[in-house]
Ligand binder design. Structure first.
Ligand code: NAP
Length: 306
């Protein structure tokens, strides 16, 4: 397994830098053809394999992901699990983002009920809203921390300026944003500030929603319309090179890509999502793929245009 990670300035430690993303656990509103049984099985597989951080949100199935996780963790030692959840989508306003102290406090109480626990290890404001001053929203989370309902304060999808505003009183422990080998903006815009302010970073979409597993070929470019044809070609060619590196380790492309994040000191915990227990089982083996520094640099170079 990997080295223990401390989350920001909090007392939360994560025993394994490989966590689990759970938007396909109960996330029926986001993805078609999901089965709850697969969700239950994959969360169990993760916990049985030594994963400790589970990343969920109200928005994944409007609470269903949290409910499934809440059911599963009843059979495990809660003190060994790091539960991270998020809220901002206000069901009473058609899912509009709401960061008011009253809404955030109610969201935490509701999440605790669905997760069937009496504390959250990490609570993120899922998205910034338009009106609430960021430091006021974070101030509400600080009160929840003092009350023992949450242990670490997170923000997600905040711009660099919004992050600075949110952290005006130095209270933010962790940020979660879109970041992967094919989406590297945060490296320039966020990482220096995060490091200076002892804020942990968790990238979401680490596998670029499956693209970086290497399972898609040139014929699948229309599934990834955010990339131009030229960019898509660059990615598939780069993945062919990653496959060579993977072969040298007896590993898959997905495992090698996950191992790349695990070696990056700027990343605290990597949370690849999964559709079923087999994917989790395979992804967990990434912790045994020890990339050399030159392989790490080579992979970074392959994606340097992103
Ligand atoms: N804070 C935010 O706003 C935010 C936004 C998005 C996500 N997140 C979090 O970040 C997590 C990670 O993002 P993500 O799950 O959307 O994307 P991801 O980790 O980039 O990709 C996960 C997807 O890749 C495919 N996959 C994973 N392992 C595989 C394997 N071994 N072999 C083949 N395919 C595999 C699966 O999809 P298929 O089988 O369907 O191909 C899986 O659902 C989420 O689960 C969620 O917890 C947070």
């Amino acid at each position: 397994m990997t080295q223990e990670v401390t989350i920001g300035k909090s007392d939360v430690t994560v025993s394994n830098a490989l966590g689990l993303g759970t938007n396909k656990v109960g996330g029926h509103n986001l993805f078609g053809d999901l089965q709850d049984e697969n969700g239950y099985a994959l969360v169990k597989e993760a916990l049985n394999s030594g994963i400790s951080l589970l990343d969920t949100a109200f928005a994944y199935g409007n609470g269903r992901s949290e409910e499934i996780i809440g059911d599963v963790i009843q059979d495990y030692d809660r003190s060994k699990i790091v539960l991270a959840t998020k809220a901002a989508h206000d069901p009473s306003k058609n899912g509009e983002f709401n960061n008011t102290p009253a809404f955030l406090k109610k969201s935490v109480d509701d999440a605790l009920k669905r997760l069937k626990t009496d504390y959250l290890d990490i609570f993120y404001i899922h998205f910034p809203d338009k009106d609430t001053p960021k430091a006021e929203a974070v101030g509400a989370l600080s009160e929840l921390k003092t009350a023992g309902k949450i242990r670490a304060i997170g923000v997600s999808n905040f711009s660099p300026d919004q992050l600075k505003e949110a952290n005006a009183d130095g209270l933010v422990d962790i940020a979660e944003d879109n970041y992967s080998l094919v989406h590297r903006g945060a490296q320039q815009t966020e990482f220096p500030y995060l490091k200076e302010n002892q804020i942990s970073f968790v990238p979401y979409f680490p596998l670029a929603a499956g693209l970086l597993t290497g399972k898609y070929g040139p014929e699948d470019s229309n599934k990834f319309k955010q990339f131009s044809q030229k960019q898509y070609q660059t990615i598939t060619s780069a993945l062919d090179e990653v496959r060579n590196i993977a072969n040298g380790h007896g590993a898959t492309v997905a495992q090698t890509i996950i191992a790349w994040y695990l070696k990056d000191p700027d990343i605290s915990v990597v949370i690849p999502g999964a559709r079923n227990a087999d994917q989790v089982k395979s992804n967990v083996a990434a912790v045994d793929v020890n990339l050399s520094q030159s392989e790490f640099d080579q992979i970074e170079q392959l994606f340097s245009s992103f």
